[in-house]
Ligand binder design. Structure first.
Ligand SMILES: [Zn+2]
Length: 257
């Protein structure tokens, strides 16, 4: 499974060389997008991820560091498609846990230019726990987490994911309340994309080892202060705790698992 990493920063103040979170999984020549932070389409285009291959967009929750680039992503797809009309009769599925945020983005796009008429359609889905889709063997399963406050009976609005292609299992924590939230997704996990905006990398590594659910590779994304301000200390700690089994992700890199 190949991943394109577009943005690796959490919702901090603007930070040199890092933008808000977003990545894509390549499968059967399509791109499946996860979160759409600022600049994701810009970074994707410059690193050679062909936006005409996008099939689905999955948003973990509707905080700005995860959807700030969504309008611009769709605008850029429409712009690029306008040159060759590759996307005639194609549909882009949008999976978002709060449809109200999409309604706002959709309204904004409609008043950008040309009524935002496109060759392609966009199909929004407000999702909850369970399998979101299974496309040619790529299955994505959502599991709610406790990043956002939640009242009994109300819809869950924040999720982590298991992404499987039959060979590899990737878990994306989303923004998470902690390891308890995504532990049910971890058995057999080859790659964990773990957010560090609300958690300390060495503590996460120790907990995963202690609970015997350490993934093949522990990759940190959605960086907070530990990575941004105390990078060398995190590297030293991780090299002691889990040498050779961790990675701190950067914008505009690809990853094979
Ligand atoms: Zn976030």
């Amino acid at each position: 499974m190949k991943l394109y990493i577009f943005g690796t920063c959490s919702g901090t103040e603007p930070y040199p060389g890092r933008h808000h979170v977003g990545f894509a999984v390549e499968h059967c020549n399509h791109l499946y997008w996860f979160d759409a932070g600022e600049c994701c389409s810009y970074t994707a285009h410059l690193m050679g991820a062909d936006l005409m291959r996008i099939k689905k967009i999955v948003i973990s929750h509707t905080h700005m560091d995860h959807i700030g680039g969504l309008g611009n992503l769709l605008w850029t797809i429409r712009k690029l498609d306008g040159m060759h009309h590759t996307l005639v009769n194609r549909d882009i599925g949008l999976y978002i846990p709060d449809i109200r945020a999409w309604k706002g983005v959709e309204t904004m796009l409609r008043y950008t230019e040309g009524g935002f008429r496109c060759d392609f359609t966009i199909s929004p889905h407000e999702y909850t726990n369970g399998v979101l889709f299974d496309d040619d063997g790529l299955r994505v399963t959502a599991l709610h987490n406790h990043h956002l406050p939640h009242e009994d009976g109300a819809p869950w609005r924040s999720f982590g994911f298991l992404i499987e292609d039959g060979k590899r299992r990737v878990v994306y924590s989303g923004d998470t309340g902690g390891v308890d939230d995504f532990a049910p997704l971890m058995p057999g996990c080859d790659l964990l994309l773990m957010e560090t905006g609300h958690h300390h990398p060495p503590e996460v590594a120790r907990e995963l080892l202690a609970r015997n659910i350490f993934p093949g590779i522990l990759a940190f994304i959605h960086h907070g202060r530990d990575i941004l301000d105390r990078y060398d200390a995190q590297v030293s700690a991780l090299n002691e705790i889990c040498p050779g089994r961790w990675k701190i992700l950067n914008d505009a890199e690809t990853l094979e698992v």
